[in-house]
Structure formats: structure tokens, C-alpha cells
Design a binder for this molecule. Structure first.
Ligand code: NAD
Ligand code: UDX
Length: 470
């Protein structure tokens, strides 16, 4: 057709799918194709069961799919036909080799650059959407330059700031869009081309443009600062428990200072998700590779505090339950890393569960969006927990269809995700069905502790004054 622009996005994951769907919705005259090496992923995007759950996503996809939004495995043809190419592939922490456990693996980005150089027959703008170490654009640019067809490429950095569970709202109304590019006439022209795409719905003053390296670095820094706030309030939650201060009151008191701000001060069992830890490790590794040991160690503390918070929670469960959970049934409410998503990557829940399994507890897990298959994969992937490390794993972890079933006969409940529906259950009914004393450990501070006390629960919440007998 007579398109204003042709966009292709390489990588149909949590970022590529929703981002392109929103561009397609907001720019009806732009043709948007999303390609992936995974046939099953593309098939799912073309079906009625989308591969990821995000509130509002289904509607946007159904409105645009087949009109100006297309999901395809024909990478070569779509890339060749595009003016602008987003690279939105996964960049996980390296598991082996140089920088193992810290450095981000940018292999997929390089493979995309090689593919683009191979199949292109005209000049294009290549946009890094993936989160990458600073100066990755330089490598991408050099790989693209190896084409022998005399084709010119411009490389831009356009990191994504969406959060899972609110991806569609974040994309429709972003706090800012960040675009970095080379500060040359060609580079500035490429930046302007991408600005024009976002300007279809984002006010100009919210579209920030910078040089390439500032843009790449800002993404890592934004996540490091956000995660740091969570670790900071979580560190204070431990102090609150020791002093009978209440972390929610402290958060409100400090958050009322406009210089501090009230957001992201919710104490929890620990942050999870595919980004925070990975991106901080990426930052730490980057600092180390420039010889900035003190800076690296400063940011590494954010992760150490998060590890401490997760293990503090599982240890507390064991110690409160008379120092043993062996053979006890524990209901786990929530396995996703936050509410409104089925994503389990790096979820705090899996670490708490692993620790309880090592104590030989029997877990009955309920999560509104996470399947058993996904749960068992996460055990292996995040914590290396398999039948080998925890014999009988498949019998020790039971997935429940509903919360009442999970809690029936249990000695304790642990709330590990802040799903809204968890607030509204009939806790009297749940209490009546449990073994006594019935414990409840709220790792998200979403339940009314006073009410739980009235019902008769032995209750605990993060960063709250301790019960006298504890
Ligand atoms: P994802 O794993 O959900 O999706 C990545 C997709 O890329 C996969 O479907 C994979 O098959 C595909 N892929 C890999 N190599 C490919 C190749 N050579 N050609 C075509 N497709 C290929 O990952 P994601 O969560 O969407 O994250 C993508 C990037 O965005 C990462 O760098 C991540 O750090 C960043 N990011 C993620 C979030 C988030 O909330 N998930 C937010 C902001 C930024
Ligand atoms: C994050 C960033 O927010 C987003 O901008 C970036 O693009 C990707 O990484 P995401 O990981 O999807 O997004 O979710 P986020 O809302 O940031 O939550 C991350 C983790 O921190 C979750 O486990 C959440 O439960 C936890 N958290 C968040 C807290 O424990 N307390 C808070 O106050 C906020």
C-alpha cells in the first residue's frame, strides 16, 4: 500500500509486541511488522491466545492486526522492505565466559545487525530498543558497515521504559521517550525521523534527544535508581521490625518531601523481573571494566540488599513456625514477579519457595496467571532447582486452582505477589480451613493486619511492629 513509513521490529517479546502494537494503533498510515526467529512465538501473536498477558494488549492487537500490524517469521523479506528497524531482542546476563553472572550478552543484537547487513538493499535506520551496555551502538554500526553494497545505516538508541503489567498505559502516555543518535547531519536527520513517529501521539517536549552514549547509559541508570529505592526502603523495613517503627508510616513521611517523592517506596519481599537485576549487573560490570571499582561496589549493594530481603523473609517464616517447616503445608499466594502479569522471570517468589523447599516444606501455590509448567521452568532456570537438587520436587510443589484449595489444611500462607484479588478473599473462611495455629506472612503489605489478628491468625508483615510474643 501507500504507507507513510515501513517499520519492522526484530524480537516479538514483552517489549517488541506491545510497543509495535501501540505504534500501529497510533499511526494508521505506518506499516508495522514484528518478526522473530521463534515460530511458536509468532504463531501465538497471530492467534487469540497472545503469548503475553498485559491489560489492554488484546484489544490493541485485535484492532490493528492484519490492517497495519503484522507478525511474521519472514525476517529477510520484512527487514529488506523496511525503512526503520527496531532491534528488541533479549539481552540476558551471561551465564558463562568473560563477565559470567554480570555482563549482558549482546549476541542477539549482533546477530540482528549481521542479518540486516546481509539482506538490506537500501539505506535504513537501525534502532536499538533492547537494553544494552554503553557503546553497543558502536559495535552495531561497525557490523552494519561491513556490507559490501555501499548501503548507509544510521544507528539510534531508543530504550524502552515500559513496566510490565502497565505496558499499554505506559506506551500510550509515556513520561518521556528517549532517542539518542550520532551528532552529525545524517545522525540528526535519523533522530528526527524517529521523533516524527512518536510525535503522532507523544507531546514533543516529552521526546528527549541526546547523543548515543547518554541514551544507552540512561536506561541502565534509570533502572538502577528505581531498584535502589526499593532496596533502600527494604533495608529500612528490617530496621523498622527491630524498633517497632512502621515502614509504611516512614515511607509516607519521607515520601511527602517532594525532593524524595512518594513512588517506588513500597517495602516488599524483594524486587524481581527481567530487568532490575540484569541491568544493575550490566552497570556494575561496565564500571568494573573501566576500573571504577568503588562505583561498581556501590551499585552492587542494591542487589545484595535485595538478596538479603528475600532470604530474610524465608528465614523468618521458618523461625516463626517454631524453627521447622519440614513436612508442613504452606500456601503460596502469588508467583509472578508483580501483579497483573504472568511473567515469573527473577521473581522473589521462586527464591522464597526454593528456600522453603530446601527445608522440605510442601508448597501449594496459587497464582491467577502463572501456569504450572512456567513455574517449574522458573524453578530450574532461576534457582537451579530440579528433582536432582530437591528430590520429590514434583510432589512438594502442588499448583492449586483457587486460593481456598491452596490454603485448606495449610499451616501458613505466604503472600508473595501483590495481586489485588488477594485483598478481597474471605480470610475467615480461609482461617477456618487451616491447621492451627494458622500463620500468615504478608510479603507485600497488602492485607489488613488488625483484621487478620481479630480472626485469630498469627500474622506478620514486612517492616511492621512485631507481635509481642515474637
Ligand atoms: P523477550 O525475551 O520477551 O523477547 C525477545 C524476543 O527476541 C524473543 O521472542 C526471541 O525469540 C527474539 N529473538 C532473539 N534473537 C533474535 C533474532 N536474532 N532475530 C529475531 N528475533 C530474535 O525479551 P523482552 O522482555 O521483550 O526484552 C527485550 C529487550 O528489551 C531486552 O534487552 C530487555 O532488557 C529490554 N527491556 C525489557 C523490558 C521488560 O519489561 N520486559 C522493559 C524495558 C526494556
Ligand atoms: C522496570 C522499570 O520500572 C521499567 O521502567 C523498565 O522499563 C523495566 O523494568 P518492571 O520490572 O516491569 O519495570 O516492573 P516494576 O514496576 O519496576 O517492578 C519491579 C519489581 O520491583 C517488582 O518485583 C515489584 O514488585 C518491585 N517493587 C516495585 C517493589 O518491591 N516496591 C516498589 O515500590 C516498586
Amino acid at each position: 500500500g501507500d504507507w507513510e513509513l515501513r517499520i519492522v521490529c526484530m524480537g516479538a517479546g514483552y517489549v517488541g509486541g506491545p510497543t509495535m502494537a501501540v505504534i500501529a494503533k497510533k499511526c494508521p498510515r505506518i506499516r508495522v511488522a514484528v518478526v522473530d526467529i521463534s515460530t511458536s512465538q509468532i504463531d501465538a501473536w497471530n492467534s487469540k491466545d497472545l503469548p503475553i498477558y498485559e491489560p489492554g494488549l488484546q484489544e490493541v492487537v485485535e484492532e490493528t492486526r492484519g490492517k497495519n500490524l503484522f507478525f511474521s517469521v519472514d525476517i529477510d523479506a520484512e527487514v529488506a522492505a523496511a525503512d526503520l528497524i527496531f532491534v528488541s531482542v533479549n539481552t540476558p546476563t551471561k551465564l558463562t565466559g568473560i563477565g559470567a553472572g554480570r555482563a549482558a550478552n549482546v549476541k542477539n543484537c549482533e546477530l540482528c545487525a549481521r542479518k540486516i547487513a546481509e539482506v538490506s538493499t537500501s539505506s535504513k535506520i537501525v534502532v536499538e530498543k533492547s537494553t544494552v551496555p554503553v557503546r553497543t551502538a558502536d559495535a552495531v554500526r561497525r557490523v552494519l558497515a561491513t556490507n559490501d553494497k555501499g548501503i548507509k545505516f544510521q544507528v539510534l538508541s531508543n530504550p524502552e521504559f515500559l513496566a510490565e503489567g502497565t505496558a499499554i498505559d505506559d506506551l500510550m502516555d509515556p513520561g518521556r521517550v528517549l532517542i539518542g543518535g550520532e551528532q552529525t547531519p545524517d545522525g540528526l536527520a535519523a533522530i528526527e525521523k524517529l521523533v516524527k513517529v512518536y510525535a503522532h501521539w507523544v507531546p514533543r517536549e516529552r521526546i528527549l534527544t541526546t547523543n548515543l552514549w547518554s541514551s544507552e547509559l540512561s536506561k541502565l541508570v534509570a533502572n538502577a535508581f528505581l531498584a535502589q529505592r526499593v532496596s533502600s526502603i527494604n533495608s529500612i523495613s528490617a530496621l523498622c521490625e527491630a524498633t517497632d517503627a512502621d515502614v509504611s508510616e516512614v515511607a509516607r513521611a519521607i515520601g511527602s518531601d517532594h525532593r524524595i517523592g512518594s513512588k517506588f517506596l513500597q517495602a516488599s519481599v524483594g524486587f524481581g523481573g527481567s530487568c532490575f537485576q540484569k541491568d544493575i549487573l550490566n552497570l556494575v560490570y561496565l564500571c568494573e571494566s573501566f576500573g571504577l571499582e568503588e562505583v561498581a561496589e556501590y551499585w552492587n549493594q542494591v542487589i545484595k540488599m535485595n538478596d538479603y530481603q528475600k532470604s530474610r523473609f524465608s528465614s523468618l517464616i521458618v523461625s516463626r513456625m517454631f524453627n521447622t517447616v519440614t513436612g508442613k503445608r504452606i500456601a503460596i499466594f502469588g508467583f509472578a514477579f508483580k501483579k497483573d502479569t504472568g511473567d515469573t522471570r527473577e521473581t522473589a517468589s521462586v527464591f522464597v519457595c526454593r528456600n522453603l523447599l530446601e527445608e522440605r516444606a510442601r508448597l501449594h501455590v496459587f497464582d491467577p496467571k502463572v501456569t504450572r509448567e512456567q513455574m517449574m521452568l522458573e524453578f530450574e532456570y532461576s534457582t537451579g532447582t530440579t528433582e536432582k537438587t530437591v528430590p520429590g520436587l514434583n510432589e512438594l510443589v502442588i499448583t492449586a486452582e483457587c486460593p481456598y484449595e491452596a490454603a485448606k489444611g495449610a499451616h501458613a500462607i505466604a503472600i508473595l505477589t501483590e495481586w489485588d484479588e488477594f485483598k478481597n478473599y474471605d480470610y475467615q473462611r480461609i482461617y477456618d480451613s487451616m491447621a492451627k495455629p494458622a500463620f500468615i506472612f504478608d510479603g507485600r503489605n497488602i492485607l489488613d493486619q488488625a483484621k487478620l489478628g481479630q480472626i485469630g491468625f498469627e500474622h506478620y508483615a514486612i517492616g511492621k511492629p512485631r507481635r509481642k510474643e515474637w
